[in-house]
Design a protein around this ligand. Sequence first.
Ligand code: TXA
Ligand code: MG
Length: 369
Amino acid sequence: NTMLWQVSGTAPQAGELAEAADLLREGGTVAFPTETVYGLGADARRTEAVERIFTAKGRPSDNPLIVHIADAAQLAELTLPLAAEAAALAERLMARFWPGPLTLVLPVKPGAVSPRVTAGLETVAVRMPAHPVALRLIAESGCPLAAPSANRSGRPSPTLASHVRDDLSGRIDGIVDGGAAGVGLESTVVEIVDGDSVRILRPGGVTAEALREVAAHVVYDAVAAPGAGTGESEGEGEGSSAADAAAPRSPGMKYAHYAPQGLMQLVKGEQDAVSAYIQAETVAARARGERTGVLAFAEHAARYDADCVLVVGSLAQLETAAYGLYGALREFDARGVQRIWAETCPEHGIGHALMNRLAKAAGHAVVRV
Ligand code: TXA
Ligand code: MG
C-alpha cells in the first residue's frame, strides 16, 4: 500500500521525512515534490530499487533516469572528472543554476549507479533540485536518488501530489505531499560540448537565454530546438541535421509524452485568425456531437464557447502558463474531452519549453491559419 505524508513545502520539520527516508534506504520508491514537477525516487545505486521505478511507471527501459543530489560533494561519487575547460564551465553552471532546474549530463563513474539508471550509456544525468522537501529527503536518506517524473509513462507530469496518487497509488511505497511543484515543467537537460559550449537536449525550467549568460555558446539537439515541435525549426549548426533528429541525444525525447486522451491540435497564426478558426472548429465539432475543449491564454479565453475552455495561464506572464499546462491536460481527461484546440505562444524564454511540451502533447499536430 502507498503511504502518504503531508509536510510543509517550505520548511519541512525534522522527523516529518524520517519514514520516507527509511523507505528509500530500504530500497523502496517514494514520490516527492521538486521545484519542477513531482519525482518518483529510489536509491540510484540499487538495481532492484531502480527497477521498481520502471515497473511502477511502465517506463521503457532504454530511457535513462536523472540522479538527484543534495550536496555538491555527492557529484564526485557519481561522475568522472572533466577536462579543464569543460570542468570550469560545469562549475559555472552549477554555481549559477544549482540548486535549480538544470540537469547536467556528465561522464559516469563506472559502478557508481545501477546500469538501469544510465540505460547503458557512459553518461549520467545529475541535478540538485531547489526544493526544501527534495533536498531534505535526499540528505536524510543518504542516497543519490534516481527520480523520473512521478507519472505513469505517457501521462502529463504531476504538479500536485493528487496527480501522483491518481497515476501511481498502490504501485509505489509512498508519496510526500509538499504542496504544488514550482515551475510546472521539467528541468532543462544539457551536455557540455567543445569545452565552452552547452547543448540543450531537453528545454525546461532554465532558459537558453539564462544559459548564454554562463556559456560561450548554446546549441540545441535537433529535437530540442525552438520550433522543432511546431514545424519551424531554428536548429543551430551541428544540432539540426536529419540524422540527429532520428536519434535524440536525450533518449526520452523520442517518446510521445504528456498526451491527453482527446485528439489535440495546435493553432498558429495571427491571433484573430487563430481565434476565429478555433471557434469555427469547435462549433462544427459540437454539432457532430463531439465533446470539445480549448486551451487558451487568459487574454483570449472569453472568445471561445467550447464544452471545456481551460486557461493555461497568461500570455503576459508565461511562467503561469508553464505551471498550468500539465494540470490543464489532466483536466481535459477528467472532463472526457474528445477534441482539443490549443493556442500557441512565441518560443523564447520559458515559452520554448512550454511549446516543446505542448507540441509533444499534440503529437506535433499543428495547423497554420
Ligand atoms: O525536472 C525534472 O527533470 C524531473 C524532476 C522529477 O527532477 N525529472 C524528470 O525526469 O523529468 P524524466 O525521467 O521524466 O526525464 C529525464 C530526461 C529524459 O528525457 C531522459 O532521456 C534524459 O533526461 N536523460 C537521463 N539520463 C540521460 C543521459 N545520460 N543522457 C542523455 N539524456 C538523459
Ligand atoms: Mg517524465
